[in-house]
Every structure is written in structure tokens, then in C-alpha cells.
Ligand binder design. Structure first.
Ligand code: CU
Length: 147
């Protein structure tokens, strides 16, 4: 009798776990889909002491991923005051830094980095290389309130 009871419980438990697993998988799939739709991207390549920026229209309050690749044979920096007062995640050489007060990221030759943050305010989003002050660029926001 006891053995039978135990096996019955096990079956019910197994069925319950199966349902939860499916629900969790569905939730994860939906989250992944939402993430893919809402993250906006800016691709920056540094070549011949110039920032080459590829981007679509950027919206406020949407998570933004900036990828930067240094194709030069010298070290460069991608920095902006914009990152200083927003929560910013920097991924570079396998290390991740996260927080406020991050000014940017240094890139050795042939290295890449990723910066994630959310643009909260309209304005100019200029960036520069602190090593070579004549290297400048700008991330362009979609104009807000244009009729
Ligand atoms: Cu530079």
C-alpha cells in the first residue's frame, strides 16, 4: 500500500514538473524574442584613426548595444561623457564592468568591445578617443517630436 502511494505521488509530481518546464521554456522563448526586438545596435569600427559608425534610428529608453572594433595597429579609446551618468556595462577582453562613472573603453590593436546602456535623455551623444583628441564621432538619435 505504501509503495503504491509513493509511486502515485511520483507520477503526479512528474506531470507537474513537466508542465512547469514547458511554461518556463515558453517564458524564456518570449523573453528572448522580446530582447531581440528591443535591443538597438550601433556598430563602430576604428580604422585609419577614424570612427566609422553604422546604425539605424535610435530611440530613447531602449537598451542599446554599441560594438567597437579597433582595426588599427595602435591603441585607441572609445569614450563619452554620456556613459558617466548612466548605468553602463562594458565587455572587453573577456571581462565585464558594470556601473555608473564608466567613461568608456580602451582597445588594443585588433580588439573589440561591447558597451550596453540605455539612452534616457535626448541630446547629442558625442564620443571621442582620449589618446587622439582629433578622433571624434557622434551617435545619432531619432528626432523626437518631429511632425
Ligand atoms: Cu585613438
Amino acid at each position: 500500500m505504501i509503495a503504491e502511494h509513493r509511486s502515485g505521488c511520483g507520477r503526479r509530481y512528474g506531470r507537474w514538473m513537466g508542465k512547469m518546464g514547458l511554461a518556463a521554456a515558453l517564458a524564456l522563448a518570449l523573453l528572448a524574442q522580446a530582447g531581440a526586438q528591443t535591443e538597438q545596435r550601433v556598430d563602430v569600427t576604428i580604422k585609419d584613426f577614424t570612427f566609422v559608425t553604422k546604425q539605424g534610428p535610435l530611440q530613447l529608453s531602449v537598451p542599446t548595444l554599441i560594438t567597437i572594433r579597433n582595426e588599427d595597429a595602435v591603441r585607441h579609446d572609445f569614450g563619452s561623457r554620456v556613459f558617466l551618468d548612466s548605468l553602463t556595462q562594458v565587455e572587453s577582453s573577456g571581462a565585464i564592468t558594470y556601473g555608473r562613472g564608466i567613461g568608456g573603453v580602451f582597445l588594443d590593436p585588433s580588439r573589440d568591445a561591447a558597451i550596453r546602456f540605455t539612452i534616457e535623455r535626448p541630446g547629442r551623444y558625442e564620443f571621442k578617443c582620449s589618446i587622439h583628441p582629433n578622433m571624434k564621432g557622434e551617435i545619432l538619435l531619432m528626432s523626437v517630436g518631429a511632425v
